[in-house]
Design a protein around this ligand. Structure first.
Ligand code: ADP
Length: 583
């Protein structure tokens, strides 16, 4: 039997509603169908119940008939996420067999993707050689910041993104942007300074951080915050700040939509207004190097083409971290293998690290991998509803006892959770706490999902809430009693809660089950403060810049909450500006 390998894994998750309720399924599923000449075997790649790729593993169909089936029909299934497609005239048996194979694979995954009947569209091919001044790889916050700044400095820019959607981990983050001495801090009367922000960040990273990069970030944060608010149009609360663990004072500018998608949506609109090209479903595989200078990239697109993107002024890597790549996690730190789920998007597989090996790019801090303490035990999704923790929500174990200061660093809280029976914890709050900063209302969708998953309970009394998760009622009552005393005295005698505990005498009560999941990879490419990528001899690699989670050194051993957005926008803009100016 002749074998064809469609090696391209088409990464796509453009959700087209088929009007059906599907479970959330990810993985590779195999199916077989009967074509004209025999069996057709396929592997369907699913990410969150969306087809991200279809590989033809075995086929004996006559090539001339099957070609359109394996290009146009396959392409349409992926881009539409719908397999209810008319068979193709002139190749009805081959298309029937292919359809059967894909359907069998989806059935074995328990997913139904038969939407409204459609016809296979024609696969449009691209120019295989394209010319730009600057190629930005990755459409997250760092990539957009770089591209916008580069364009505003006169460069012709393209952003290449391997997923079907933009935003990366930035879009699913909580979104706060740390900066000292901002207009909001001034308004609410909080004293802060560049030095204090620098010191908190260094301390939070156990002084493993690169002090030059941290200083640069701290010094530029305020101005970049203004740029986001005034030029990009991010709407921040004017009178509220997020206070993350490890920061001496609240300094997180807080998007009103309570999420990083606010910045991404606004950055995308700005990029489009400026005429920046954004190409999704385009996965960069290699750098092009000529005379020791990076002069472009090679990429594959959803059509299966290999495209050369020339970049006369430079390539900016903004590919994010490697949290989605379990093998790479294990390679750099064996503690973070399969045991951990991941809060991020599937596109963050460390490609920026892999593709710079040939230019001998240096890396730093690769073993530092951060877990986020409060995530969904079934999916690993970061809990934004769990932000109630920042406003007085308490962490308790199976026995109903507190065991850690809730506002301690993420690594400390995560470790403490894993040391409890069952390696999980419960986050508990009452309505008073849930209403602070509208956290409860803003994340009602997550609340509903957790309810369906049996991972949260809302009850009028502490007794009923405890019973749902079989937490010993008397222990929990005693814990809440103490919390109330500490709230009143302003002194948490057990864990010295830095934000001050909140009275929980009144219900209703919420208890949410939570585990730590891998969240951020602190290590990455070594850069200087101008965002040049450095090689292992300490020299700048000409033509190559990097920004965002793909880089290392800024957060040391542990990133503080809210510092990622500051990092990616500060260094993203710097990379874009310097690449455009040839600096
Ligand atoms: P950052 O916070 O540093 O901006 P994000 O995770 O928000 O990082 O964004 C990184 C983006 O880069 C993601 O959207 C991811 O899919 C994309 N990406 C990763 N590897 C590649 C690649 N090889 N080609 C194109 N895009 C990539």
């Amino acid at each position: 039997m002749k074998k064809i390998f469609f090696s391209l894994l088409v990464l796509l998750s453009f959700v087209i509603s088929c009007g059906k309720e599907n479970p959330i399924v990810s993985g590779v599923y195999e199916g077989v169908g009967n074509g004209r000449n025999g069996e057709i075997k396929v592997q369907v790649h699913l990410q969150d119940s969306v087809i991200t790729g279809i590989d033809i593993v075995e086929t004996s169909e006559t090539e001339i008939y099957a070609e359109a089936v394996y290009t146009d029909m396959r392409y349409t299934m992926i881009t539409e996420n719908n397999i209810n497609i008319d068979v193709m005239s002139g190749a009805s048996l081959s298309s029937q067999g292919f359809l059967e194979a894909v359907e069998q694979a989806l059935t074995s995954a328990g997913v139904d993707l038969k939407g409204k009947k459609i016809q296979a569209g024609e696969m449009v091919l691209e120019e295989t050689e394209q010319n730009y001044d600057i190629v930005v790889v990755g459409a997250g916050g760092a990539g957009f910041s770089a591209a916008i700044e580069a364009k505003n400095n006169g460069a012709n820019v393209v952003i290449l993104e391997k997923m079907s959607y933009i935003g990366g981990n930035t879009a699913i983050s909580g979104g706060p942007f740390n900066a000292p001495d901002t207009w909001v801090q001034q308004k609410v009367g909080i004293k802060d300074s560049v030095d204090l922000f620098y010191e908190d960040t260094m301390k939070g990273g156990d002084y493993e951080n690169d002090p030059i990069l941290v200083k640069y970030m701290a010094e530029n944060a305020k101005e970049v915050g203004r740029w986001l608010a005034e030029y990009i149009g991010v709407i921040f609360y004017e009178d509220k700040l997020q206070h993350f663990g490890g920061h001496s004072v609240p300094r997180g500018l807080y998007p009103k939509t309570h999420g990083g998608s606010e910045m991404i949506v606004k950055q995308k609109a700005k990029a489009e207004e400026l005429g920046i090209q954004i190409k999704t479903l385009t996965s960069v595989t290699d750098l092009i190097v000529e005379n020791d200078r990076v002069v472009g990239v090679m990429a594959t697109n959803v059509q299966g083409q290999t495209i050369t993107f020339n970049a006369t002024k430079g390539v900016i890597l903004a590919t994010g971290g490697f949290g989605a790549n379990i093998e790479m996690r294990k390679q750099y730190n064996s503690a973070y293998g399969e045991k951990y789920l991941y809060t991020g998007t599937p596109g963050t597989t460390g490609d920026g690290i892999t593709m710079t090996k040939e230019v001998e790019a240096d890396t730093t801090g690769m073993k530092y991998i951060q877990t986020y303490p409060v995530t969904n035990p079934k999916t690993g999704a970061l809990s934004l509803l769990g932000n109630t923790r920042f406003n007085g929500g308490i962490l308790i174990n199976q026995e109903g006892n507190r065991f850690v200061e809730e506002l301690d660093r993420r690594d400390v809280v995560s470790k403490a959770i894993l040391a409890q029976n069952g390696e999980y914890a419960y986050l508990m709050w009452n309505k008073v706490i849930g209403d602070i900063n509208n956290v409860q209302t803003a994340h009602d969708r997550e609340f509903q999902t957790l309810l369906e998953q049996g991972l949260i309970v809302k009850a009028d009394t502490i007794e009923d809430a405890a019973k749902f998760f079989e937490i010993p009622v008397n222990n929990l009552l005693a814990t809440i009693d103490k919390v109330n005393q500490y709230a009143q005295s302003g002194k948490d005698l057990d864990f010295n809660h830095r934000g001050g505990l909140v009275d929980m005498a009144k219900g209703p009560y919420y208890i949410q089950k939570a585990v730590p999941s891998v969240h951020h990879t602190m290590g990455g490419l070594k850069i200087d403060k101008d965002a040049h990528v450095m090689d292992t001899n300490g020299n700048i690699i000409p033509g190559l810049y990097a920004a965002g989670e793909v880089t290392g050194g800024i957060h040391g051993s542990n990133r503080l909450g809210g510092n990622a957005i500051t990092d990616i926008v500060v260094f993203g803009r710097t990379a874009g500006r310097n690449a455009a100016k040839g600096l």
